[in-house]
Design a protein. Structure first.
Length: 425
């Protein structure tokens, strides 16, 4: 720590949100909206090549409760239909599965927006709301005590908080400092991501081809004057193929993408950098400690199948907001009860998604007849049985296990006054 930093006063806050990714920004906005005195610490994320995020109905309601939905809508494309095609060449043919939002009385399942635009919208919103303090510096270390925590910033400044919400990603320092164990694993896959222009319109349909190396998914994006038809690509493949494809001339890769998409959208043009993300999974031993709760990728990581990751992260945030809503943070017993509730909810919700995605991914990449038959039977049942199909669709967009207040259609929590708010941002 240099002398100038040592002279700076300690920053005091009720809730410190660590990490300024989309989860952290949403958490800071939500807790400030609930009346907590909030400080957000972390550097803003850089651009994520070719990455978009599909946000489903529950997440859209949450963004609406934060006042950010209109801005997201202006940059996003609605997902009205999801088309799943089995491309594994398994022994018994599997029918295509088409899911339509109108079947569950929704105009769309959700919206697809680039990660960069979403983060920029949340940041603009945070700056305009001026409801919490933003400190653009990473946290180097933590000291957890029984009645609070101190975060030491990289520049030596200190933040004293009654409670820490860790949104600092999969390598979370807050989680490590609190002594929470993790189990990690990898899949022999890389996801290549890109933004594409194509000849034919997508009609707001997302198409998922299930191949032996993982899903190849095209998700609709809004058109622009110079490119009326656009989609994003998430393509899971084995590591060797990913390296080969990345080394190819762009034009050859564009032909291959068109080929994989069975030319349904016509010729393809890659308009972004190509992103590459090694696939892995992670589970945590606990979601909380005495003065800490984990949200987002600090407590769940799995492959991007079924667009669950950020939707689950926003549920973590909204659920924690509910659990803490009537808690006096200085009362250990009240806080412990609220955190036990959060722990129970998250264990069920996150466990279900992590195992579901793991099972589907492994059932694709491990060619094994009985597993193929079970997956095929699932597709057939979903195609034939309307009530089952609708139940699965509802669970995807409005999960029944835990649906926090701000994700229900009405009942947006009223702001509460709990202490001094920051006006400086
Ligand atoms: C290819 C791909 C496609 C996906 N598609 C979807 C989708 O369609 N729908 C969906 O819901 N999810 C999707 N996901 C998942 C989703 O993108 C992630 O779950 C989400 O971006 C994670 O956000 P986060 O804020 O939790 O973590 P991160 O984005 O990793 O943010 C963590 C933040 O913490 C900061 N940080 C780290 N260390 C510190 C520190 N010491 N101090 C302060 N700050 C720190 C980092 O700089 C970063 O800004 C996809 C994922 C992949 C890989």
């Amino acid at each position: 720590m240099d002398r100038a930093d040592a002279r700076q006063p300690t920053i005091r806050t009720q809730i410190l949100v660590a990490g300024a990714g989309s989860t952290g920004l949403a958490a800071a906005l939500a807790f400030a909206r609930s009346g907590w005195q909030v400080t957000l610490a972390g550097r803003f994320p850089g651009p994520l090549a070719g990455r978009t995020v599909a946000l489903f109905e529950a997440s859209l309601r949450f963004l609406e409760s934060l006042g950010a939905l209109d801005a997201v809508k202006a940059k996003a494309c609605p997902l009205e239909t999801i088309h799943m095609i089995d491309d594994t060449d398994q022994l018994f043919p599997v029918p295509d599965l088409t899911l339509r939002a109108e079947e569950i009385d929704l105009p769309a399942f959700g919206l697809n927006v680039t990660n960069d635009e979403l983060a920029a919208i949340l940041l603009d919103h945070a700056r305009a709301a001026r409801s919490f303090e933003i400190i653009e510096a990473n946290i180097a270390d933590y000291e957890f005590e029984d009645d609070g925590a101190t975060a030491i910033l990289e520049d030596g400044r200190r933040i004293e908080a009654e409670f820490v919400v860790a949104a600092d990603g999969r390598a979370s320092k807050a989680r490590a400092a609190a002594g929470i164990d993790i189990t990690e694993w990898t899949y022999p896959q890389i996801a290549l991501t890109a933004l594409l222009r194509h000849e034919a319109p997508h009609d707001n349909v997302s198409t998922e081809y299930h191949t032996r190396s993982g899903p190849f998914t095209l998700v609709p994006l809004p058109g622009r004057d110079d490119a009326p038809n656009r989609s994003s690509l998430v393509w899971l493949m084995n590591v060797r193929d990913a390296h080969k494809r990345l080394a190819k001339p762009r034009e050859d890769l564009e032909y291959e993408i068109e080929d994989y998409a069975r030319s349904k959208l016509g010729a393809m043009k890659i308009e972004s950098d190509i992103g590459q993300f090694r696939m892995g999974g992670m589970q945590v031993s606990r979601f909380t400690s005495k003065r800490l709760a984990l949200v987002g990728e600090t407590c769940h990581v799995f492959p991007p199948i079924g667009a669950q990751g950020l939707n689950l992260s926003l549920r973590d945030v909204a659920d924690l907001e509910d659990c803490l809503s009537s808690v006096d943070l200085r009362n250990d017993k009240e806080l412990a009860r609220a955190l036990a509730r959060y722990e129970r909810h998250r264990r069920a919700d996150i466990g279900l998604r992590t195992h579901g995605v793991d099972l589907l991914n492994r059932s694709l990449i491990i060619p094994h007849l009985p597993i193929d038959l079970i997956r095929g039977a699932g597709f057939i049942a979903m195609t034939a049985l309307g009530p089952l199909r609708r139940a699965v669709m509802r669970e995807g967009v409005l999960p029944h296990l835990v649906l926090p207040r701000s994700m229900r259609a009405t009942n947006v929590p009223e702001p509460r006054a709990r202490g001094k708010r920051f006006a400086r941002v």
